[in-house]
Design a protein around this ligand. Structure first.
Ligand code: C2E
Ligand code: MG
Ligand code: MG
Length: 475
């Protein structure tokens, strides 16, 4: 204890002599009296240096109070602060060498402890130690409040011997535990490299937006009976200079997690509007182009304005942009989102439910929603030729669409047999490789030129190259 007091005093004096109370405060957390991150890392550095000569092992555990914000909300901020002080007191009682402890910020504590066994074998005892420390509830405002923590651990020398790296890795494993819904995380190089790859991809996607590397491809939706092109769906692609054309499945999750989808989604709207308008000005068949809207985009308060500013001035009944959303967006309490869809619909934008049949929309809910079109998920279409059950399902979806006066579109139609079956069932429109794969803007314009008036016939593909050539000559 004396050694510790002396160390802390000499540390304090050193800084007070330099009249830097501010710097002192940047090393100690006033609330708990524990070290902050920079001081903890300095101390860790010293411990690791000493350990090196004695070949000792250390574990850095970083843990987070899971329910701190709920406690702040329920009992007030002062009780949240009190809880952090009480946790610090318990830690100090259990680990009297306070040099080993830290409070990084808002409920994230760190602990450095020597371990005798290998990484794998000491994890359970370390976790038990934490559990035991916090198993008794804390008395806050007269109530016993249980506290749950998540933790992440990194060990020296196995996971690194640089103090900053070790702390970062313990934090990374805490982050991984949070993301995967687990209570305990241990640093794993695979998870770490996955996290790094994700961060790198996010950075490259930001660049891709700045450098205009995204493009839209268009897939026609055709009338099942006449084969006329009734509309198109805009599908995003990334022309990555390193890998070529990348499909959305590879990068959409990162766009959504990072929130970048709001900006990229607006680019999609802007681009689709520009191209749709351009085709119209060239005298091609007027069509409506549907853009896919992610739930996160729809949550954006300015979504309606962001959409309409690109379409308001030029769209007509026959030519303009529509919206595709998935069932999840409008399930549960989504009154805000539904209000936005209604606002769009009021000015003539058609709303489609994409991948219909894979979510959990109830019929009563469907009746209340502002929906114009149901798109039958392609998995049902694929199973139609082999299973009577899938055929019955498709038939039921078509009947539902009829009941609510909705247009019904089959997705992923790949062969004539499926199209014939859809014709018999009374499906309105069909979209899929049978008619055309998604095409770049220029190719799609050529398709409109060749098939705009007479419908999509099997020999259209043969006529397309000449149309593309003449279009590129024209300008
Ligand atoms: P989706 O909206 O259901 O789009 C249909 C997907 O099925 C497209 O995949 C299309 O290329 C593919 N497809 C069309 N016909 C066939 C067929 O006959 N057989 C098969 N096997 N597949 C067919 P893609 O372009 O890879 O897009 C995948 C998903 O990514 C889309 O599913 C949509 O949910 C999402 N997405 C695409 N573009 C955007 C976008 O601009 N914004 C947002 N938020 N999501 C987008
Ligand atoms: Mg879609
Ligand atoms: Mg779909």
């Amino acid at each position: 204890m004396l050694r510790e007091v002396a160390a802390n005093l000499s540390f304090a004096l050193q800084y007070l002599q330099q009249d830097s109370r501010v710097r002192l405060l940047s090393y100690f957390d006033v609330l708990t009296g524990l070290a902050k991150r920079p001081l903890f890392c300095q101390r860790l550095k010293r411990a690791l240096r000493d350990a090196g000569s004695m070949r000792a092992r250390y574990a850095v555990a970083v843990f987070d109070v899971q329910n701190l914000s709920a406690i702040n909300d329920a009992f007030g901020r002062h009780c949240g602060d009190l809880l952090l002080q009480l946790i610090a007191e318990r830690l100090k009682r259990r680990f009297p060498d306070t040099e080993m402890l830290a409070h990084f910020s808002g409920g994230t504590f760190a602990l450095l402890t020597p371990v005798s066994q290998s990484t794998a074998s000491c994890m359970p005892s370390l976790n038990q130690e934490l559990d035991r420390l916090l198993e008794e509830p804390f008395l806050l405002a007269g109530s016993d409040v249980p506290v749950a923590v998540r933790s992440g651990v990194a060990m020296s020398p196995d996971d690194g011997d640089d103090p900053d790296v070790l702390v970062q890795r313990a934090e990374a494993s805490l982050h991984n535990a949070k993301v995967s819904g687990q209570r305990r995380g241990h640093y794993s190089p695979t998870q770490h490299s996955e996290a790094l790859a994700r961060v790198a991809l996010e950075r490259r996607l930001r660049q891709a937006l700045e450098r205009r590397e995204f493009e839209l491809h268009y897939q026609p939706k055709v009338d099942v009976k006449t084969r006329h092109i009734e509309g198109a769906e805009a599908l995003i692609r990334w022309r990555d200079p390193e890998r070529g054309l990348v499909s959305p499945a590879e990068f959409l999750p990162v766009l959504e997690e990072s929130g970048l989808i709001v900006e990229v989604g607006e680019w999609v709207i802007e681009r689709a509007a520009l191209e749709c308008r351009h085709w119209q000005s060239q005298g091609l068949r007027a069509i409506r182009v549907a853009v896919n809207i992610s739930p996160i985009q729809l949550c954006d308060a300015d979504f309606v304005e962001r959409f309409l500013k690109h379409t308001r001035t030029w769209s007509t009944n026959e030519c303009g942009l529509d919206v595709e959303i998935t069932e999840g967006v409008v399930s549960g309490d989504a009154s805000g989102q539904i209000g936005k869809l209604k606002a769009l619909r009021a000015v003539g934008v058609k709303i489609a439910i994409d991948d219909f049949g894979t979510g959990y929309s109830s019929l009563s809910r469907l009746a209340q929603l502002p929906i114009d079109t149901l798109k039958i998920d392609r998995s049902f279409i694929a199973d139609m030729s082999t299973g009577a059950r899938a055929r019955r399902l498709v038939s039921t979806i078509i009947a539902i669409a009829r009941t609510f006066n909705m247009v019904v579109v089959a997705e992923g139609v790949e062969d004539q047999e499926q199209l014939d079956a859809l014709w018999h069932l009374g499906c309105d429109q069909s979209q899929g490789y049978l008619h055309s794969k998604p095409l770049g803007a220029e190719q799609f314009a050529a398709l409109l030129e060749v098939c705009g008036e007479r419908g999509l016939t099997p020999n259209a593909a043969a006529e397309m190259p000449a149309a593309i050539k003449s279009r590129s000559r024209a300008g």
